[in-house]
Design a protein around this ligand. Structure first.
Ligand code: ADP
Length: 177
C-alpha cells in the first residue's frame, strides 16, 4: 500500500498541546531537561512529577537532539523532549539544529511505535527564533522525515496563538513540492 503523502499527514490546530490524545507530544525542552516556562512548564504542570523524575535520570540533552519519557498524567503515552536552538542571529547552526531536533523527535516516535505525534512551534517562544523563519524549516524537516517514516500516520502542530498557526499554514502552502 502506498503511504499517504507527507503533507496530507500534517495538521494544524489551535489549542494546548498537553490536552492532545496522540501517542507522543513533543516538548520544547532545554538542554538540562529542568523544565521551565512556556510549553515545557505547561507539560510538567499538567503531567505531574513523574516526567521530571525521568528527566532527572536522563540528565541532559544536546541542542538538536531529543529524549523520550513517559507522559505521567497526560493523555499522551510519551513525551519527547526535543531541544531546539536558541536564536542568535541565524549564523550559529540554528537551522541545522532546528531540523535535527524535529528529525530526532520523529525517529524516537517511530522507535516507540508511535503513530500520532503532536509538536509545538519549537524555539519560537523564549528561544526567540523568528516564526516566519522557523516555520518552513520545521515543516520541511517533518515532511522529509515522514517520507522516511511511513508508519507515522499523523503529525499535529499545536499552537496557542492564531497568528502562529497562520504563519505555519502559509509556510506549508509555499513550500515547494
Ligand atoms: P522555546 O524555548 O523552544 O522557544 P517555548 O515554550 O518558550 O519554547 O515556546 C515554544 C512555543 O510553544 C511558543 O510558540 C509558545 O507560544 C508555544 N506554547 C506555549 N505553551 C504551549 C502549550 N501549552 N501548547 C502548545 N504550544 C505552547
Amino acid at each position: 500500500m502506498t503511504p499517504i503523502e507527507p503533507r496530507r499527514r500534517i495538521e494544524f490546530v489551535l489549542g494546548d498541546i498537553t490536552k492532545e490524545t496522540v501517542d507522543a507530544i513533543v516538548n520544547a525542552a532545554n538542554s538540562g531537561l529542568r523544565g521551565g516556562g512556556g510549553v515545557d512548564g505547561a507539560i510538567h504542570r499538567a503531567g505531574g512529577p513523574e516526567i521530571m523524575e525521568e528527566c532527572r535520570r536522563i540528565g541532559h540533552c544536546d541542542p538538536g537532539d531529543a529524549v523520550i519519557t513517559g507522559a505521567g498524567r497526560l493523555p499522551a503515552r510519551f513525551v519527547i523532549h526535543a531541544v531546539g536552538p536558541v536564536w542568535k542571529g541565524g549564523r550559529n547552526d540554528e537551522e541545522l539544529l532546528l531540523i535535527s531536533c524535529h528529525e530526532q523527535a520523529l525517529e524516537l516516535a517511530r522507535e516507540h511505535g508511535c503513530l500520532t505525534v503532536a509538536f509545538p512551534a519549537i524555539s519560537t517562544g523564549a528561544y526567540g527564533y523568528p516564526p516566519e523563519l522557523a516555520a518552513p524549516i520545521a515543516l520541511r524537516a517533518v515532511i522529509e522525515a515522514l517520507e522516511r517514516l511511513p508508519m507515522i500516520e499523523k503529525v499535529r502542530f499545536v499552537f496557542v496563538d492564531e497568528n502562529l498557526l497562520e504563519i505555519y499554514r502559509e509556510a506549508l502552502a509555499h513550500l515547494k513540492a
